[in-house]
Design a binder for this molecule. Structure first.
Ligand code: GDP
Ligand code: IMO
Ligand code: MG
Length: 420
């Protein structure tokens, strides 16, 4: 069996958590392959909302294996908190949860370095989630990092050595911090982590593939936040794209099967950086209100705008998307017209290929489509779609050259329409 990948095509928060949860019954194994607690994946069932940060979104289904892959960065402190919160809600999920020994550890000083770096950048800050993601991946590529497997022997010594280096680095910043505040609970969390299933995940995943098990790889962030192909430097520090799944799980490219590319019916971004179709007017506020667009990890208001086909086409190309998933279609109900950016105007020139840089004075070129008034949140079949939504779907499929197989019409598990 091949590994299917589900990943975000925009700037994150496309609804990955919800859809992975919906698709999990069709799979045996769900794996995260990059990112860390910067992610906030929301899923809702039985009128209860759950937000996962480090744990794969298949975890609520009994007997499904959930793996935190080698490409992930894991903060032992927030990981334990996430497990404890789930336990308090009645979900003891540790039996089905497996963690790669090769996943890198986010340490307290990584979080401080993240905050210090952001503070030093002033207006040009990335708008990081302050979870220590950047500094941890820097230590990984700089070959200084500690991995989950390192907690099994002499962890305290290894930690002290790396902490010393970090404190030296921190002295370069004009930044005050209280290390004890950040270190609170570290060693207790390391002990808790030791009790979990720590595995050589690349071997396990390849064995599952060989045995014919169905594996779903769950992306975090989105293509426009990819370290290589996103709106650099306003990106995250990992490869969020399909190729990242090979690296972050230890599977060969020819093992990739379907690539589900997920996007919102409009577009959002949280944090700094260019966003060509951002709306600064009432329409932007309406989208934020109707879509409850506030960050699942940081609570920050998300910037909102129309869908951007230039960026989406680029994302479809980079990821080799085979099936599209459109979420939050219900949020567009009630808008008289819906705009779609088909190109950018840069220095008077029309550009329809995603460019090297997105300048401040870029103007999106819009096509306007008719909106619809019908409330979609209760509908259960495609036959109930208003004609204008059908037109919107047909138009996007034609432009993107890939079928839209799933339409999400609300945050709940059952508010999902799978098309034939
Ligand atoms: P993720 O990071 O891609 O998993 O997405 P987030 O969980 O950060 O943000 C998506 C938000 O939209 C969450 O609050 C979801 O509950 C919600 N959501 C997902 N799909 C839909 C949908 O089709 N309609 C509406 N109204 N909300 C949705
Ligand atoms: P999910 O998986 C949306 C953004 C941050 C910031 C930039 C870098 O829920 O879609 P980082 O903390 O990674 O160094 O921040 O990336 N960002 C996200 N935006 N959804 C996410 O994850 C994000 N993870 C990081 O806001 O702009
Ligand atoms: Mg999110």
């Amino acid at each position: 069996m091949k590994v299917d990948v589900l990943l975000g095509l925009q700037w994150g928060d496309e609804g990955k958590g919800k859809v992975v949860d919906v698709l999990t019954p069709d799979y045996d194994v769900i794996t995260r392959f990059q990112g860390g607690p910067n992610a906030g994946h929301t899923l809702e069932f039985g009128n209860v909302k759950h937000v996962l940060h480090n744990i794969p979104s298949g975890i609520f289904h009994e007997d499904k294996i959930n793996i935190v892959g080698n490409g992930v960065v894991l903060d032992p402190i927030t990981f334990k908190q996430e497990l404890d919160e789930l336990k308090a809600k009645g979900f003891d999920i540790t039996k089905n949860l497996f963690i790669s020994k090769k996943a890198h550890l986010i340490l307290p000083t990584h979080r401080i370095l993240d905050a210090a770096s952001e503070a030093s950048k002033g207006k040009t800050k990335i708008g990081s989630t302050l979870k220590g993601i950047g500094p941890t991946y820097m230590d990984k590529t700089g070959r200084n990092g500690l991995r989950v497997g390192d907690i099994l022997m002499n962890f305290e010594q290894k930690y002290e050595n790396l902490k010393k280096k970090h404190i030296q680095l921190l002295s370069m910043y004009d930044f005050e911090y209280d290390i004890t505040e950040f270190e609170n609970g570290l060693f207790e969390s390391i002990e808790a982590l030791k009790q979990l299933n720590l595995i050589d995940s690349e071997h396990e995943i390849n064995k599952y593939i060989k045995k014919g098990k169905k594996v779903l790889a769950e992306g975090a962030q989105g293509t426009m936040l990819d370290i290589d192909f996103g709106s650099y430097p306003y990106v995250t520090s990992s490869n969020t794209i399909t190729a990242g799944a090979c690296i972050g799980m230890g599977i060969a490219p020819n093992k990739i099967g379907e690539v589900y590319g997920i996007f919102k019916a409009y577009c959002t971004r949280v944090g700094s950086g260019p966003f060509p179709t951002e709306l600064f007017d009432e329409t932007g506020d309406e989208l934020r209100k109707a879509g409850h667009e506030f960050g699942a990890t940081t609570g920050r208001p998300r910037r909102c705008g129309w869908i951007d086909l230039v960026a989406l086409k680029y994302a479809v190309m980079i990821n080799g998307v085979t099936q599209l998933i459109m979420t939050k279609s219900d949020v567009l109900s009630g808008f008289k017209t819906i705009k779609v950016a088909t190109a950018y105007k840069i220095n008077g020139k029309i550009v329809d290929e995603f460019p090297f840089e997105l300048p401040d004075d870029l103007e999106p070129v819009y096509k306007e489509l008719p909106g619809w008034n019908k409330d979609l949140s209760e509908i259960s079949s495609e036959d109930e779609f208003p004609a204008e939504l059908k037109y919107y779907i047909d138009y996007l499929e034609e432009e993107l050259g890939v079928p839209i197989k799933i339409i999400s019409v609300g945050p709940g598990r059952d508010q999902t329409i799978v098309r034939d």
